[in-house]
Design a protein around this ligand. Sequence first.
Ligand code: 13P
Length: 296
Amino acid sequence: MESINRLRGERQAVILAHNYQPPEIQDLADFVGDSLGLARQAAETEARTVVFCGVHFMAETSAILNPDKVTLLPEPGAGCPLADTVTPEGIRTLRKLHPEAVVVTYVNSTAAVKAESDYCCTSGNAVQVVRSIEAPEIIFTPDGNLGRYVQKVTGRKLIIWEGCCPIHDGIRAGDVRRLKEEHPGALVIAHPECRPEVLELADEVASTSGMFRVVEESGREEFIILTESGMGYPLSKRFPGRRFHFPSTEPFCPDMKVITLEKVERSLREMEPRITVPEETRVRALRAVERMLSIG
Ligand code: 13P
């Protein structure tokens, strides 16, 4: 820890961590947040080095925004199965079928896919991004559950790519009903990557950081949280007196747990592994990412 702090100073580094990261990584970070908050921090930081404790697409978003900085991902194998469901060719094929359509791509996607898209969005601003678009047709990729949620809230008919996050998609309505019976006083907060029948059972739908706001404003004591169970740590840290229940299957994202203090120390010492994006791709992807940052 001491050597990380020394290196953090020497490298003029900022350490950003997602809400699902292991507790010791969250405690180390300068900022912990959801995808939108982390992208905003990456866009605004004056640090020379960004250490991204999250998954590959998040570090890539930082690299898209910061070509003059070094973006480090302490474990480059940290991927996102949802991001892997869509390819640039897939987007080009859909565009041929719907030449008038605007393409909105969830931030859980590769830089090459963002480069083929008109807008990026996160779970925190997907509704606002879609509402801001006037075009008659919108293609929404790659999360089908998020697309259906946005479609329902906005009343806009979307052309939806059928990808999903296996962790959120694995949360079942039967399990949620049982939890509600066990904890009848609990407020149910779900991530919009959950299935429609699960979202139907929720009182509130929010991004991971949006969940803090819902808990704060609710004034309630007990909550059922429908997302990756790593959220239990930052929620309990911020609201020590309140009770948070997760599905009995304990939704777990292995990719979010592969970064360790040792890997952070090594990456700061060696200034590797670096995440870079080819300039031609970066410039095209930047347009979609900047639109995402400017909305919501
Ligand atoms: P948030 O942006 O809500 O933190 O979601 C990130 C994510 O990848 C959820 O699976």
